[in-house]
Design a protein around this ligand. Structure first.
Ligand SMILES: *Cc1c(COP(=O)(O)O)cnc(C)c1O
Length: 480
């Protein structure tokens, strides 16, 4: 075996790969959800050295089954309820395959005009599907992740706050960033990367019941910091926090940001796509106010394989000011005409994948109706699970739970707080060891709670029933 794979060979192996994936989709429910390998097991099954001579692709497929599959946790399993869903779907996989097949790098309009223009168009389609305000039209970009989206937003915010100085001479003044205890760690990470530093990330109080950010405390912190000579750079509000899907009051937060001229980034990584359903549009409240950037991830709940996070900018200029550097070798007529978008200036790396193809495939395959149906199913199943938990003595349910995530815990009579937490974690371990389902925990109101996120395309009511039955059964073993 040597030399490039010919189109004929590609055709043959490619069909085998598609068959392999289709078989996997059919059988994914028969695997234990969480991989059972121990650290080092997969490495130990792999040769220490690369092959000197090329091998047939059959050998790769054989090792995929033998070495790789035991080390895979099955995110597409109907019993996967961990983190947030990372939906894969047929049209998205095929769209991604087409992107790989074309192998273009759409760093600028000129390096593949369709990659740019399709991306702008599908970002507009998604904005329309979600009912986002008109001022985001034509100003969307696909990032690899919500973390990157937040970093880009923060760089734009810094640029605006300092009149372009950070781009030229680095950060010289003290800047501050505002989040709550419930905000995703990606925002603090962005503060570290930008040089603002974790020490300048301010924690805004949350409502003790809903865990939503308190705008009046935000106002107080901003006043205090400005008086002390700091330059507030960015506030991040979250629609659907990762821990419990709390929703920050974006409109009220935006009013505070407007008062101080601070950039407001809205992180709706998981929950934002729920707005495909008109009955969920309440989550967009305030986006028509003072919001500078907004991001949501089709790669979580909207059937588009990782990675695909869409970021919209109300005004892209500060971002372009912060990120655009034009070396001689990238100069071209289209860029100079000012008539095109060069997405290299809308992200950290230069090179970029043609991700719009998979989002385009998904939206066209499902249509608005299909996407709504998928989100509604997740919400309906979560409401059903919540109602079973509510009706079962000896369990505590965290309210509210407007999306696909349900947080709950057993009430352990006679145990103090720490003992109860330990018992809940033991229950979690027993449940996950069953292989039937997989979920994780979080802390809410100071206590460990189980966190069950519904939203996989294969998940049906029967899987949620099985999960709840297993959880109740394993509970009996914890203190037995
Ligand atoms: C998942 C999540 C993120 C991180 O998403 P990535 O795309 O993996 O970076 C950020 N914020 C929230 C609210 C999330 O739920």
């Amino acid at each position: 075996m040597s030399g490039h794979m010919t189109p004929e060979e590609f055709r043959r192996y490619g069909k085998q790969v598609i068959d392999w994936i289709a078989d996997y989709q059919e059988n994914v429910g028969s695997y234990p959800v969480r991989s059972r390998v121990e650290p080092g097991d997969v490495m130990a099954a792999l040769p220490d050295h690369p092959p000197e001579e090329g091998e047939g692709f059959e050998a790769v497929l054989a090792d995929l089954d033998r070495v790789i599959m035991p080390g895979v946790t099955h995110w597409q399993h109907p019993g996967f309820f961990g983190y947030f869903p990372a939906n894969a779907s047929g049209p998205a996989i095929l769209g991604d395959l087409l992107s790989s097949g074309l192998g273009v790098v759409g760093m600028m309009w000129a390096t593949s005009p369709a990659a740019t223009e399709l991306e702008t168009r599908v970002a507009d389609w998604l904005a329309e599907l979600l009912g986002l305000p008109d001022r985001f039209r034509g100003k969307g970009v696909i990032q690899d992740s919500a973390s990157s989206a937040a970093l880009v937003a923060m760089l734009a915010a810094l640029h605006r706050a300092d009149g372009g100085r950070p781009a030229r001479s680095g950060i010289t003044r003290r800047h501050t960033v505002y989040i709550s205890s419930q905000t995703h760690s990606a925002i603090e990470k962005a503060a570290r990367i930008t040089g603002i530093g974790s020490g300048n990330v301010r924690l805004v109080d949350v409502d003790p019941r809903t865990l939503a950010m308190d705008p009046s405390h935000l106002d107080a912190l901003l006043a205090e910091d400005v008086a002390a000579g700091a330059v507030p750079a960015m506030v991040c509000a979250t629609i659907g926090t990762t821990s419990t899907t709390a929703v920050d009051p974006v409109r009220a937060i935006g009013e505070v940001c407007a008062k101080y001229g601070v950039w407001l980034h809205v992180d709706a990584a998981y929950a934002g796509v729920a707005a495909v359903c008109p009955e969920m549009r309440w989550i967009n409240d305030g986006l028509d106010g003072h919001v500078d950037s907004y991001a949501t991830n089709p790669h979580k709940w909207l059937l588009t394989n990782f990675d695909c996070s869409v970021l919209w900018m109300a005004d892209p200029e500060p971002m372009i000011g912060a990120l655009s550097i034009l070396p001689e070798f990238l100069r071209n007529k289209a860029t100079e005409s000012g008539k095109v978008i060069d997405y290299r200036d809308w992200q950290i790396p230069l090179g970029r994948r043609f991700r719009a193809l998979k989002l385009w495939s998904v939206i066209r395959w499902y249509g608005a109706e299909g996407l709504r149906e998928h989100v509604r199913t997740g919400i309906r199943l979560a409401q059903e699970l919540a109602s079973w938990i509510r009706d079962e003595p000896g369990w505590e349910l965290l309210e509210p739970h407007p999306f696909g995530l349900v947080c709950f815990r057993p009430v352990w009579d006679g145990l103090d707080g720490d003992e109860a937490d330990a018992a809940t974690l033991e229950l979690l371990e027993r449940v996950n060891a069953s292989g039937e389902l997989f979920l994780i925990h979080t802390k809410a109101h100071g206590r460990v709670v189980l966190r069950l996120a519904i939203g996989g395309p294969a998940t049906q009511e029967s899987h949620v029933r099985t999960a709840w039955a297993r959880i109740r059964k394993e509970r009996l073993g914890v203190r037995g």
